[in-house]
Unconditional design. Structure first.
Lengths: 117, 117
């Protein structure tokens, strides 16, 4: 079964802290690992994504670390701010069996992050 | 910016009613998706479509059907609503490259919260 396991379910940090959200996957065919950020009342939006040929990607205060051998990847938020409070979803995408270029994007169950001022 | 518009923010329906959830995107995206979001379960794919009149089942298609008569519009249909279909429904779109690829992120609407009583 193609699963993406995300932890923790919720996380509370103080402003300036470095929250870390972890994800693990099973299917080695996955070749695309995005993170989505969702604010209350809004749909998720792409935050940052990585391919398995690199071990780290940074965009501003957000960093993805990727460990291909362990089949794990994580999101780090440097100098976290109250405005980062949101639900974060990891996901994994890869070729969906036969039938052309369709990819199946499987989401983790989400992490509710609260950054206290 | 890509805009994915879901016609209703909140819906309350009775058990057994036929329910239509509508979604429109304005960026000429080939691919459209319906997800269901439930606390602790994350985002689960119901159906997706990669072209007009084309559809494929996602992970939880039971009790749902879809319609895509025009490229910009994707409808989710609950033939006979049941209380276990009370949920947040999210529509998304992406341009060609499959369900999601590195250069083709999902763009989500803000969701329709459906309550079935």
């Amino acid at each position: 079964q193609q699963q993406v396991k995300q932890s923790p379910q919720s996380l509370i940090v103080q402003k300036g802290g470095i929250p870390i959200i972890n994800c693990a996957y099973e299917n080695t065919a996955f070749d695309y690992f995005p993170w989505y950020q969702q604010f209350p009342g809004k749909g998720p939006a792409l935050l940052i994504a990585i391919r398995p040929d690199v071990s780290e990607k940074k965009e501003g205060r957000f960093t993805i670390s990727f460990n291909k051998s362990a089949k794990q990847f994580s999101l780090h938020i440097m100098d976290s701010q109250p405005g980062d409070s949101a639900t974060y979803f990891c996901a994994a995408g890869g070729q969906r069996g036969s039938g052309g270029s369709n990819y199946k994007l499987t989401f983790g169950k989400g992490t509710l992050l609260t950054v206290n001022p | 910016d890509v805009k994915v518009t879901q016609s209703s923010r909140y819906l309350v329906k009775r058990t057994g009613e036929k329910v239509f959830l509508e979604c429109v995107q304005d960026m000429d995206h080939e691919n459209m998706f319906w997800y269901r979001q439930d606390p602790g379960l994350g985002l689960r794919l119901i159906y997706f479509s990669y072209d007009v009149k084309m559809k494929e089942k996602g992970d939880i298609p039971e009790g749902y059907s879809v319609s895509r008569e025009k490229k910009e519009r994707f409808s989710l249909i609950l033939e006979s609503a049941s209380t276990n279909q009370t949920s947040m429904y999210l529509c998304a779109s992406s341009y060609t490259g499959g369900i999601s690829s590195y250069n083709s992120p999902l763009h989500f609407g803000n969701g329709t919260r459906l309550t079935v009583t």
